[in-house]
Design a protein around this ligand. Structure first.
Ligand code: PBG
Ligand code: ZN
Length: 324
């Protein structure tokens, strides 16, 4: 049958009908809020390029974690910004480091909130790269031990999930074995498996003070034109012991997300990154788009493409306008 017997508009005529045929719904359960933590107390610094996003000291982070739980959001991902940086990123695995103390404090106050930690060296190295340098290059194998130690320190502080975002080869296996050997076999790994060398990380690097001092990350993060390679990355991370696979950024890579959803049985995460968030907020501030609708449309697209977990800086705003 076709037109005029078939009229697709019949089921779009009222909001009730539209609700009845809606295929995808965003839920609070899908959302994970990224949070930045800095040293000090009483700190709640706005991030200039990300309206509505702040860097919190641990005392205020704990208050924020309560708001997150009250909003019905199941999890947060923490990024630590240390006071001091050095060549090997010593702060990354310090037992009393900023993120380790933050995890401990948040879990003590909100034991039911799932705490994920970003595992990388770039916030902790003075050169801003995600690994150890040798002869001016980011050296893969020597970095693995640093990442494994970092993940274990987060797990020992109480993290439920560790999320390596460095893109070194073999890091998931190194982290799994460190966690298992270090008495943390129940801590899960969310692998930033298909992480692209993206222009959309700009605002994050301001917030985390992690812009590389020289060069760029194209030698370890993925080349944007490649999609099959992303499936290869994901398969390898799964084989190495990842529990959840992530695609990052989200909206420019919905094809990769959809392909990952079809191919793998584990949960798939997508990160709506800082630049995706900032673009919507900036255009909305200028009155050029309806920011709330654009955000909801973006997030439902990410879910429709297959994401089970959506990391978004808009999690709190979105949760506040979801029904129920
Ligand atoms: C650290 C890391 C980055 C992001 C998450 N973890 C930045 C980068 O790789 O340069 C980006 C998050 C965002 O842009 O919101 N490796
Ligand atoms: Zn990094």
């Amino acid at each position: 049958m076709s037109y005029p017997e078939t009229r697709m508009r019949r089921l779009r005529r009222s909001e009730s009908l539209r609700r009845m045929v809606r295929e995808t719904r965003l839920s609070r359960d899908d959302l994970i809020l990224p949070l930045f933590v800095v040293e000090g107390s009483g700190v709640r610094e706005p991030v200039a390029s990300m309206p509505g996003v702040f860097r919190f000291s641990i005392d205020l982070l704990v208050r924020e974690a309560k708001r997150v739980r009250d909003a019905g959001i199941p999890g947060v991902i923490l990024f630590g910004i240390p006071a001091e940086k050095d060549a090997r990123g010593s702060g990354a695995d310090a037992a009393n480091g900023v993120v380790q103390r933050a995890v401990d404090a948040v879990k003590a106050a909100e034991p039911d909130l799932c705490v994920i930690t970003d595992v990388c060296l770039c916030e902790y190295t003075d050169h801003g790269h995600c690994g150890i340098l040798e002869a001016g290059e980011v050296a893969n194998d020597p970095t693995l031990e640093r990442l494994a130690a970092t993940a274990l320190s987060h797990a020992r502080a109480g993290a439920d999930v560790v999320a390596p975002s460095d893109m070194m080869d073999g890091r998931v296996a190194a982290i799994r074995s460190a966690l298992d050997g270090g008495g943390c076999p129940d801590v899960a790994i969310l692998a930033y498996a298909a992480k692209y060398a993206s222009a959309y990380y700009g605002p994050f690097r301001d917030a985390a003070e992690s812009t590389p001092r020289f060069g760029d990350r194209r030698g370890y993060q993925m080349d944007p034109p490649n999609a099959r390679e992303a499936l290869c990355e994901m398969r390898l991370d799964l084989e190495e012991g990842a529990d959840v696979l992530m695609v990052k950024p989200a909206l420019p890579y919905l094809d990769v997300l959809a392909a990952a959803r079809r191919r793998f049985e584990v949960p798939i995460a997508a990160y709506q990154v800082s630049g995706e968030y900032a673009m919507i907020r900036a255009a909305a501030e200028r009155g050029w788009i309806d920011g709330e609708r654009a955000m909801d449309e973006s997030l439902v697209a990410i879910k429709r493409a297959g994401a089970d977990w959506i990391l978004t800086y808009a999690a709190m705003d979105v949760a506040a306008r979801l029904p129920g």
